[in-house]
Write a protein that binds this ligand. Structure first.
Ligand code: 5GP
Ligand code: ZN
Length: 111
């Protein structure tokens, strides 16, 4: 979608602070972090929410969850939340499917 900010981030049109990438997904730091660790995981293919992604492309959904888990284990102690807001009244503001990885316990706090 030409006017979608996460499509533009995923295809490199808009620069961002990337954390990781696979063939199907990207992970990058949230621009307005709500927790010490706050990363978004986003499918490269445009779907407006996680449910639509699940029905349209199961491989992309599984890849998204796997990437989120990997990023969470790299950046946090392993205790994290994986949140998908669906619908404006639930707080969704960007209508390109994305999961929030949030954690109170970044890995570096251990050392
Ligand atoms: P939602 O509220 O839709 O679940 O989550 C959208 C998230 O995207 C918000 O946490 C917001 O801070 C983040 N966000 C919105 N625009 C940008 C952007 O241009 N770059 C990055 N890195 N994050 C963004
Ligand atoms: Zn999009």
């Amino acid at each position: 979608m030409s006017d979608c900010i996460f499509c533009k981030i995923a295809n490199g049109e808009i620069a961002t602070n990337f954390v990781a990438e696979t063939e199907l997904s990207v992970a990058f730091w949230d621009i307005a972090p709500q927790k010490p660790v706050h990363v978004l995981v986003v499918p490269k293919e445009h779907h407006s929410n996680v449910g639509e992604l699940a029905f349209a492309n199961q491989a992309a959904l599984v890849d998204l969850i796997q990437l989120g888990d990997k990023v969470a284990s790299q950046l946090s102690t392993g205790s994290y939340r994986f949140t998908f807001n669906t619908g404006a009244e639930a707080g969704q503001t960007v209508f390109h499917a994305h999961g929030h990885i949030t954690s109170e316990t970044p890995k570096e706090q251990l050392v």
